[in-house]
Design a protein around this ligand. Structure first.
Ligand SMILES: Cc1cc2nc3c(=O)[nH]c(=O)nc-3n(C[C@H](O)[C@H](O)[C@H](O)COP(=O)(O)O)c2cc1C
Ligand code: SF4
Length: 454
């Protein structure tokens, strides 16, 4: 007080470790609150200093926020991203409508990455954030029969928005659950934020269902099912797994990443050397999860120059830190991997034998765990970038007895093409991964855009 400070807002991190101040989904909730705010609060109490301490950082689950206060780690809590995801968070907590809260998924895609790249700040799970003045949801002038195929994030956003506008909505989902790729992601413990986000979508879909939205689970909608039945069809049927044809693949036990996650991420018995093909988000996340079991040697092979090249800086750098064995999702060093996951970037698989993989690897590939990457997009020439000479390759081979393909999926656009060819409805749209493999922000905001305008 003497120094003129009314309250202390304390968090952790700096530019070199952006994942501390902008905690990605991978971290546990309130991961450093006890260590930072709690320690300061304890010090103030012991010294008789009567200035409030503010805790911040992954406190978006109301029960976590109240735990922090009950523990007396802080006098009040601050919310950053949870309020971008849902500005009505405080009101919903006050009225007890906690299930109604749209939960921040910690991808840092809309709030941080978009404006770092010079775009408009936005939020992956809240298409209205940053566009409150231009995006309006109006009752439909003409009530239409709207069919949505696929209940992933795009399909659910389209269905809920169209339903809110009083259209007559039918949502088809080929599985028995909503969420699509996000449902799979939410099965990873370290993506607990996705699970909470999906809980909210489930809650909203259930409520819409009670109010007249038709929900058809376990049904893969076909042309025959929906042709001439609807005024509008929106295809949100996602992607297909993509396992490339590689010499000798039939000789080795292998699985697609999505199937592996569906099966509970269990490596079959008597396997030791695990190869992950693909160094994007899914590949790196699975490599970390599998490597946590110390009996496995895990190696990633990626054709790209960098691991997770399309992931936001904070999230990517945290994952590299995890894979290097330097840190953990709990924030405790003791929970880190014992040794770094091996990774070959700028490398291509050329074949398999019973227990070996053969790769071409660029000799100039860089250390995969150097976090710095150029901010210049791939399609813009960067005169300072060291180019890899495609001729400068070496042949390598190493032991492998189980292969997980975390290669990028391909859009499942067959139904859309069929519907268009058959002129199955007056308006036919395609959105999300079914159109182009992308991120939650693209899927949700484009689905919202279509559903607000039909
Ligand atoms: C868009 C955005 C901008 C931020 N800018 C700052 C900043 O200028 N200074 C700062 O200390 N923290 C900044 N932060 C970090 C937040 O204050 C907060 O510590 C962080 O988002 C973690 O809290 P949360 O989990 O509630 O979002 C920013 C966060 C976001 C999402
Ligand atoms: S963009 Fe992602 S991290 Fe940022 S507030 Fe929205 S959901 Fe949270």
């Amino acid at each position: 007080n003497e120094a003129g400070v009314d309250a202390f807002d304390v968090d952790k991190g700096c530019y070199e470790n952006w994942f501390w101040p902008h905690l990605p989904s991978y971290f546990d909730d309130a991961v450093y609150v006890e260590e930072i705010a709690g320690r300061l609060k304890q010090f103030f109490v012991s010294e008789g200093i009567n200035v409030p301490v503010v805790a911040v950082g992954k406190l978006g689950k109301p029960e976590v926020a109240s735990y922090v206060l009950n523990k007396n780690w802080a006098d009040f809590i601050m919310l950053g991203r949870p309020l971008l995801a849902d500005p009505y968070w405080p009101n919903k907590v006050k009225t007890g409508d906690v299930k109604d809260i749209i939960h921040c998924i910690g991808d840092n895609e809309g709030c941080i990455e978009s404006f770092k790249k010079g775009g408009h700040p936005c939020c992956s799970v809240n298409p209205y954030m940053g566009f409150e003045d231009v995006k309006e949801i109006k009752n439909a002038e003409i009530k239409k029969r709207v069919c949505i195929v696929g209940a992933g994030p795009a399909g659910c956003e389209a269905a809920l928005t169209a339903h809110k506008r009083s259209h007559n909505v039918t949502l088809f989902e080929k599985s028995s659950v909503i969420g699509g790729q996000l449902y799979l992601g939410s099965k990873m413990e370290m993506k607990h934020d996705l699970k909470r986000y999906l809980d909210n979508i489930n809650h909203k879909i259930e409520r819409a269902n009670e109010q007249g939205l038709t929900l058809v689970f376990n049904k893969e909608a076909t042309l025959g099912d929906i042709k001439d039945q609807f005024d509008v069809i929106i295809c949100c049927n996602g992607l297909k797994e993509n396992i490339p044809h590689i010499n000798g693949l039939d000789k080795i036990d292998h699985i697609g990443a999505r199937q592996f996650i569906s099966n509970g991420m269990k490596v079959p018995p008597n396997k030791k050397n695990i190869l992950i093909v693909g160094g994007g988000n899914v590949g790196c996340e699975l490599a970390y999860i599998v490597a946590k079991n110390k009996s496995y040697n895990v190696t990633i092979v990626s054709k790209n120059k960098n691991l997770m090249p399309n992931t936001t800086m904070a999230n990517r750098n945290q994952m590299l830190w995890l894979l290097m064995g330097k840190g953990s999702t709990t924030g405790n060093k003791k929970d880190s991997l014992d040794q770094a996951v091996k990774a070959y970037t700028a490398s291509k698989i050329i074949g398999f034998s019973e227990n070996q993989v053969y790769i071409f690897s660029n000799k100039d590939r860089k250390d995969p765990y150097i976090p710095w990457m150029s901010l210049i997009p791939e399609n813009v020439n960067n005169p300072f970038e060291k180019k890899l000479n495609p001729e400068k390759v070496e042949h390598l081979n190493f032991d492998v007895d189980y292969v997980i393909f975390a290669t990028t999926g391909v859009p499942d656009d067959g139904l859309y093409q069929e519907l268009k060819n058959a002129q199955a409805a007056r308006e036919i749209y395609q959105v999300g991964d079914a159109k182009e493999i992308g991120l939650v922000w693209g899927a949700v905001s484009s689905a919202n855009e279509i559903a607000r305008n039909i």
